[in-house]
Structure formats: C-alpha cells, structure tokens
Design a protein around this ligand. Structure first.
Ligand code: PEP
Ligand code: MN
Length: 293
C-alpha cells in the first residue's frame, strides 16, 4: 500500500481503517460547549485556573479575572493525579469536599467547569457540575475509563500521554467516538525526551504535534504549555507559539498567588500575567483571523 506520508509512522489508509471516526477523513469537528464556547471554529477558547481547587477565595479571584477578560472555561480540578504519593504538608486534596466551592462558583460566575476525572466511580458525583470531563495524560490509554466517560455524552478533554505517539492519542479518542460521543478535544501537554528533566524542563512542548494532529484527525487540538515546560516564565512564549502554530485552544495554569500554590507552584502564572497574556494572544489571534474566547 502506498504510504502517502513518507517518514510518518502511519499511512493515510492505516488511520482511515483503524480510526475511521477520529481520522482526518471525516469532516472537521466543531465542538460546542453549552452554546457558549466552540472548539475547532474560528474561536480559540482558553481554559484557565489553578492546578487544583484550594479554597473559595482563590477560586473566586480566578473567576473574577476570567470574567473580566471574557474567558468562559475554568480549570477546577478536585481529584489530582500527583506524580509522587508523598504529599507536602501544604497539599490537601479537597476531593468531594470541593464540590461545594464549585457550586458557589456556578452561582456567582458565568463560567464553564473543566475538571479531571481519574476513576469512573466519580462520574455520578461529577456529572452535575462538570461541563468538560478532563482525562489526564496518565489515563490517556485507560480505555475503560474513556468508554464510561464517553457514555455520559459530556465533552471530553483528552490529554496526550507524555510518552504516547500521535497515533496512540487518536486511537484513544476513537474509544469515545465509538460510543457516539463526538465531543472530544485533544490536548498536547508536553512529551518526555532525553533532553528534558532537570537540565531544562520537565517535559518538552511538542509544537509539531499541533499541525500533525490537525493533519491526521478531525478533532480539535489544544495546547497546555503550563504542564509542558513547568516554569512559569516560559508559559507566555509557548502559549503564543501554540496559537501561531494553529492550536485551537489553550489550557493555562493561573493562581492569585502562584508561588504559594498547593500543587506545582512553579508553573502557574499570576492573574496579572494571565491578563496581559490574554491581550497578547488576542493580537496574535487577530493576525490569523481567529478570536480568543
Ligand atoms: C492537569 O491538567 O492537572 C494534569 C495533571 O495534566 P496532565 O494530565 O497533562 O499531566
Ligand atoms: Mn498538574
């Protein structure tokens, strides 16, 4: 069979037959979130908020800046996959207790909630407040979890595992599509390379994955520079580069007091830095005829 993409690890035919629903042989999907935000259109949504929900006050501060900048999607993780099981005394996982805070947010702000799910047992408790279920890098190939979450028909944000190929990511998305849930948004969040860790950063943002995924899948692809680079100083340039490279959304970690964040305090940017970044992103988006929302 002719390989129409010499040098790539997949052929056109390969994708069409293995992933008939997620491959680029389908019409590009525009994913509508409650008629408020769309992914894959001329709009570029930003998802912003802290690594984890810590308390009401810091969440309200994040929501205030989102409202001011006319950004709709709030990062609001209650259940966190932590790389190490030993937790610093600063860290407390709110888990189910955080739901009250999210309810208060929903009463006071016009935001949509993006929250990570790690186990299917949490589906019923999260269903009431989640607008997009995030399936994190570590669960990218947890097919039973993807299948169960997909059956809820809620939109899914599927993050690429840091060791996964693009084919693996598209293949994982197919598990949701086969359940007749077409609302799947893919997310590049950095990969492991021999050059990462300590010397430079935790992961390396695979900018090339953005055009590659657009070339090979009908699903929108967004970028999470915060988790990729791990250093707050690098988030801005990588966010700008992602949009210039064609990313169809961004996930940005923001915190009212970043260096005091309970989880990953080095990667969050301040609310002021976030506000400035949104202004700059809007300029870049304009150049490519897109709109940051
Ligand atoms: C996160 O977004 O909170 C997260 C844990 O990201 P990732 O799954 O990409 O590591
Ligand atoms: Mn994180």
């Amino acid at each position: 069979m002719e390989n129409k993409f010499p040098g790539k690890d997949i052929t056109d035919e390969d994708l069409k037959t293995k992933f008939p629903l997620a491959s680029s042989s389908n019409k590009k999907k525009i994913i509508n979130i409650k008629d408020e935000v769309t992914f894959g259109s001329d709009n570029i949504p930003i998802i912003a908020g802290p690594n984890t929900v810590e308390n009401k006050d810091m969440m309200f501060k994040c929501c205030e800046i989102l409202e001011k900048k006319k950004i709709k999607l709030l990062r609001a993780g209650l259940y966190k996959p932590l790389t190490f099981p030993y937790r610093s005394d600063k860290y407390y996982e709110l888990g189910d207790k955080g739901i009250k805070i999210i309810e208060e947010i929903k009463k006071n702000f016009d935001v949509l909630i993006v929250s990570e799910i790690m186990e299917s047992e949490k589906i019923s408790i999260m269903m009431d407040f989640v607008d997009i279920f995030q399936i994190g890098a570590r669960n990218m190939q947890n097919y039973p979890l993807i299948t169960k979450v997909a059956k809820t028909k809620k939109p899914i944000l599927l993050k690429r595992h840091f060791g996964a190929s693009i084919r693996d990511l598209i293949g994982a998305a197919e598990y949701a599509l086969v359940e007749k849930n077409e609302k799947v948004i893919l997310c590049e969040r950095g990969i492991t390379t021999p050059h990462t860790h300590k010397a430079t950063s935790r992961f390396l943002l695979d900018i090339q994955a953005i055009p590659a995924i657009k070339d090979n899948s009908c699903l929108p692809i967004i970028s999470d520079p915060s988790h990729a680079c791990f250093w707050h100083e690098w988030v801005r340039p990588l966010a700008l580069a992602s949009i210039a490279a064609g990313a169809e959304g961004l996930m940005i970690e923001t915190h009212p007091n970043p260096r005091e964040a309970a989880v990953d305090p080095l990667q969050a940017i301040s609310l002021k830095e976030f506000s400035d970044l949104v202004d700059k992103l809007r300029e870049i988006a304009k150049v490519i005829n897109k709109k940051i929302v």
